[in-house]
Design a binder for this molecule. Sequence first.
Ligand SMILES: *Cc1c(COP(=O)(O)O)cnc(C)c1O
Length: 421
Amino acid sequence: MLTTPTFPLVRQHFAGCSINDLADRFGTPCYVYDAAIMKQRVELLRDFDAIRYAQKACSNIAILDRMKRWGVVVDAVSAGEIERALRVGYDPSAEPAGVVYTADVFDREALQLVIRHQIPVNVGSPDMIDQLGELAPQRDIWIRVNPGFGHGHSQKTNTGGPQSKHGVWHEQIGDCLARARRYGLQITGVHMHIGSGTDMEHLRKVCGAMRQVCQQFGASLRAISTGGGLPVPYREGEAYVDLQEFFAMWDQTRKDIEADLGRAVRLEIEPGRFLVAESGVLITEIRAVKRMGDNVFYLVDSGFNDLARPILYGAYHPIAVAYRQPPPGGEQEVIVGGPLCESGDIFTQSEGGYVQPRRLPVATVGDLLVIGVAGAYGFAMASNYNSKYRAAEVLIEQGEPKLIRRRETAADLLGLEMIPD
Ligand SMILES: *Cc1c(COP(=O)(O)O)cnc(C)c1O
């Protein structure tokens, strides 16, 4: 269904709109999302009984609203994400629940919200069972299990195994059952978010672990979730997961579990990145071109305050030039950096912070760079570091760009602070 993408080095249009026009109208830096790509990714996962969007990847309420229209439910990992889901009208008591709270801790605010709005909880630590049970007994809960092994594209994204903080350790299932029983809580779902990669051998292992865990939880189970972790290509030549094979393996696992338990079991998937990463670009303007010894730098008006993945994980993002002036022609090795007073503020770096020059078209001050595959963990991780205003966000639908978050202003930045007498 999905063909391996190519990432052109010059790009004047996005989702049917001129990139120059977008920059003129909304300013830079600016996140722009193509709703059609999100919708298409949703369609590819329709075989699952529920698609639960991990909104932390990109949580703007306009995007949650579109997800809701497309029949996608959401996951929330904080009080703020619960508020977002409620704001767009997700119903926690629908079947499947419009919003589920998944975390390894309850902060006090999240616990209050979960109780007040009857939001189903996917428990990632045994202590959460007691905290919930004491205030709200007799409810249904999910358990997120760490099966003892993991998978992830870096140490920082690995979500299973003994070094991961996520989920309930697989040897503590008995303990969880005992705690739940104490409060009359029913364990109705099992969740295993440990990443999938493109590795079917790993997936087989995850499916095997899921079946084993479900046997321990027994007949109260009504649903399982494969978690998220579906990868997307960030580089030329990287392939997609074979979704047919992925679904077939999980569907078979579900059927095995149904046979083990003697009841129907719903199969949920919980993607973040897969639904939104490829729909988003970050548009930024080149503000300086300078030479340092043999290196050429394009310095842009966006930094890791806007897109943190390169400095956090050494993540690679495709970069294209959108010319505002007649192209001078030719290509050169360049380092792309931002405006922050921090030497790590470099978009072209590998894990460990090593600067990686990139072959890009020759460009000049005033031309734009389009940083691709930036829809997931882009704006969502943006900060005000260096007192930068967070970027605008724009959603394109049927060729029409719509502002979904205005650029912050000095008033936004200063509005929460006060000088005591
Ligand atoms: C982050 C997260 C996801 C989504 O992960 P992706 O890699 O973006 O698909 C799903 N479920 C939970 C609980 C998460 O924390």
